[in-house]
Design a protein around this ligand. Structure first.
Ligand code: GTP
Ligand code: MG
Length: 274
């Protein structure tokens, strides 16, 4: 039997049923069908509302992360500007910010075996908002991190010092997870933000290592890993030497008098503010 013939047989049977039915039975059937229809559409309506609410809440959550990230960026820029005025040099070379893509957030939750929900994102994914702070010298990393941690409205959630304790592959950086309040008109939300602080040299290494990681299956991975580790050691030595050179120059420079410092600041007084 074809689909069409089944349908036409069924329709004929229903027609017969209708012909034999009393007015009362027909009216009951009509009411039942209407109820079914309404239940079906209210289910669909509720489901759409639920989905729309989640999408809007997710957007709001990401907006809050973005604001938290901007708050930290301003704090870092403030410290850099202050340091430049006081010490005639910038500890921060550049700042990069990024919001984690939804696909990466989902992947991370899945990796941890945690179901996807907005609450689970907030409680389990610490790097939705991420800042990478690139410093010139190794001591700048701790100057910036310590100054940030000291601020009253910031709470340090966790700290990993991969400079004092590099990863076996040679990765070096200082990682902070901090909580920062974001103020809205009617509420305050404390958001986790990941801050990675490293030197230009450490960033050079980490960026290349990250790119090469994806291609490792194609090549002699052990030899490449060994070469990368070797490069990390060279870069570490260079970081130490550059710091030592700067400190030597500073130690050998005549002490600036109060007048010298004032003149230095005066020279920059009409430069555009960074
Ligand atoms: P995830 O790695 O993010 O799941 O969290 P975790 O708790 O292991 O954090 P960890 O502090 O070890 O690393 C966080 C981030 O640091 C990573 O997402 C990378 O951006 C960076 N990172 C850590 N290890 C390496 C590494 O070996 N190479 C490079 N290039 N980056 C790394
Ligand atoms: Mg990791």
């Amino acid at each position: 039997m074809t689909k069409d013939s089944i349908l036409s047989t069924a329709t004929k049977r229903i027609e017969t049923l209708f012909n034999d039915a009393t007015d009362e039975q027909i009216s009951d059937l009509e009411n039942e069908l209407m109820l079914l229809d309404r239940q079906d559409s209210s289910f669909l309506y509720n489901r759409s509302m639920e989905i729309m609410n989640t999408v809007v809440d997710l957007k709001e959550l990401m907006m809050t992360y973005s604001c938290a990230m901007k708050e930290i960026r301003v704090k870092l820029e403030t410290l850099n500007a202050e340091y430049e005025l006081g010490h005639q040099r910038n500890p921060i070379n550049s700042i990069y910010t990024r919001l984690k893509r939804l696909a990466s957030i989902m992947e991370k939750l899945e990796r941890k075996g945690i179901p996807f929900s907005l609450e689970n994102i907030e409680n389990n994914v610490n790097d939705v908002a991420g800042l990478r702070v690139i410093c010139q010298y190794m001591d700048d990393i701790y100057i910036i991190a310590d100054a940030l941690k000291k601020q009253g409205n910031i709470e340090l959630v966790s700290e990993k010092d991969y400079i004092a304790n590099p990863k076996p592959n040679g990765y070096r950086s200082l990682h902070l997870i901090i909580k920062v309040p974001v103020y809205f008109s009617d509420r305050v939300k404390n958001m986790n933000v990941e801050v990675q602080v490293r030197t230009i040299a450490m960033d050079f290494w980490a960026t290349l290592e990250h790119q090469l990681k994806y291609r490792r299956e194609l090549v002699d991975s052990e030899a490449i890993a060994a070469q990368l580790k070797e490069c990390s050691d060279i870069i570490t030595a260079t970081d130490f030497r550059m710091l030592a050179i700067r400190q030597r120059i500073e130690a050998n420079s005549p002490e600036l008098t109060k007048e010298d410092i004032l003149f230095e600041k005066m020279k920059k007084v009409d430069l555009p503010l960074g």
